[in-house]
Ligand binder design. Sequence first.
Ligand code: HEC
Length: 273
Amino acid sequence: MALVDSIRSAQVPASEVPAAVIRNLVNHKNTWLRDRAREGVGTFTDPNEDRLAVLDQKRAIVIAGQPNLENGRQLAESTCLICHKFNGKGQSVGPDLTGVGRSSLDALLANIIMPNQIVGNGYELVVVETKDFRTLSGRLIENSPNRITLIQAGGSTTSIERDEIQSMETTNQSVMPEGLESLPDQDLRDLIWYILSPPEEGPLTDEKKKNLIGLHIQSPPIDGESVALWDPAWQVIAPDFEGTPVKLPNHLGRQNVLSIHPWNLQKPRHFSA
Ligand code: HEC
């Protein structure tokens, strides 16, 4: 299929293709097409209403009251850094959080509450059954002719010889579990603010808080990192041009809209994921 091939070979940057089209391709009932599209772009799953309601509810909790960043650090170390690196600490099961996914409160909450909405290529949960009836899962970090290796939360790895494998499935789920937001209110507030603004990146001033919450700002924060997560090959070529590109949690009644700079005044460029 020409479009899929051009995306894979990067003749057409995937960011030029509406997310709705990509979603159709990666979920296509033609398995050949679907597999090639997934190889090229990763997977998309629509968030359901429940998750969106949870997002609103948790957002309100995080915004209310003062955070205790030291408690947030401890919680982050025990619940997130078992999979993520952050300012030099932690494991590499998921992407390094220092530079991605936390440019705003909404971006961070969406990533935590809906980890399966956009799963970057190579970050899917792979499930392997062995001939001696073991079931193993994790992120695939080695896929060679002789063996495969999975990495699991905590950073431990398991290698399996290819001739021991009964079946191997790449799911459309993230290695990152759902439900991490189910912490007591104060703990969630502490954790979120710590990740958004750890003390080593400077004090959490009221101004910084407002910016992260998205209050009183003309152009929302640049969110190039989420764009890259849609596909690692996607690049933000003009990272800071008139407030684009940006992932808007809501835009004109649609959710998760990727807004990029318009061609001209007549042609808007908003893509819905
Ligand atoms: C079991 C491993 C695991 C745990 C635990 C985990 N994550 Fe993740 N996380 C991942 C993986 C894998 C990805 C990449 C795929 C995806 O987006 O689902 C990811 C993606 C993310 C992203 C999106 C990054 C981007 O590129 O935009 C953010 C933000 C994030 N995680 C934050 C957190 C926070 C905060 C916690 C703790 C509350 C946490 N994660 C716990 C594995 C984990």
